[in-house]
Design a protein around this ligand. Structure first.
Ligand SMILES: [Fe+2]
Length: 209
């Protein structure tokens, strides 16, 4: 409550300002019609989210964890992990299954949910701490400036996604491949069949649509 009274260097004010920035980008994405405009917003949002996640994970979360409690903090951490997987997939070139827009929409939905939880549970609890939130905020701003200047090193999720080579990020496509492979195995096991004209035909099944 009364967070609008906090100075702009207060750690909680910095996080809340970031939340407004990304929520605004998500709204803009929903209203955008042209692919180029959407892509510009995706690029901006991914950069904002990576900066924001870094200052939370490296600085804010460890500072408030013991006071806020592991239940809330572990959930937040898992939500960051899911967001980071989607970010890593969106950072890749190519869109094998035509899922790029859906992927960003799901990322936006997850992040909106995460922000609601942080603002209703984590931040009010963290604010009870008797610490120098201005100094903490300054560390967060310095880290942001450092990352903006020097870039991000690959996180676990980027390494994971790069190892998968972009394969398997569509469970529906994976299920369809599985079904086709099973049908192919069944038909191969039946052996050759006779045609209406009495000729022998080898039973095959399609491997692709
Ligand atoms: Fe967060």
């Amino acid at each position: 409550m009364f967070d609008w009274l906090l100075s702009e260097h207060h750690a909680i004010a910095i996080l809340k300002k970031d939340h407004e920035t990304v929520k605004d980008l998500f709204d803009q994405f929903e209203k955008a019609e042209k692919t180029a405009a959407k892509e510009k917003i995706v690029t901006q949002a991914l950069n904002e989210l990576k900066l924001h996640a870094a200052i939370e994970e490296e600085i804010f979360y460890p500072t408030v964890r013991a006071h806020v409690g592991s239940k809330v903090m572990n959930e937040a951490d898992e939500e960051h992990h899911v967001a980071r997987v989607l970010i890593a997939e969106l950072d890749r070139d190519g869109d094998e299954y035509g899922h790029r827009e859906a992927k960003f929409t799901v990322l936006a939905e997850n992040v909106r949910h995460h922000i609601r939880e942080e603002e209703s549970d984590m931040l009010p609890k963290a604010k009870e701490l008797d610490i120098d939130f201005e100094a903490l905020g300054q560390r967060m701003l310095d880290r942001k400036a450092d990352l903006t200047k020097n870039g991000f090193s690959p996180d676990t999720e980027h390494r994971m996604v790069s190892k998968a080579g972009g394969k398997g990020d569509s469970p529906a496509a994976a299920a369809a491949n599985h079904t086709r492979a099973a049908a192919s195995r069944r038909s191969a096991a039946k052996g050759p069949t006779k045609t209406a004209q009495g000729r022998t035909r080898k039973t095959t099944s399609r491997s692709k649509d």
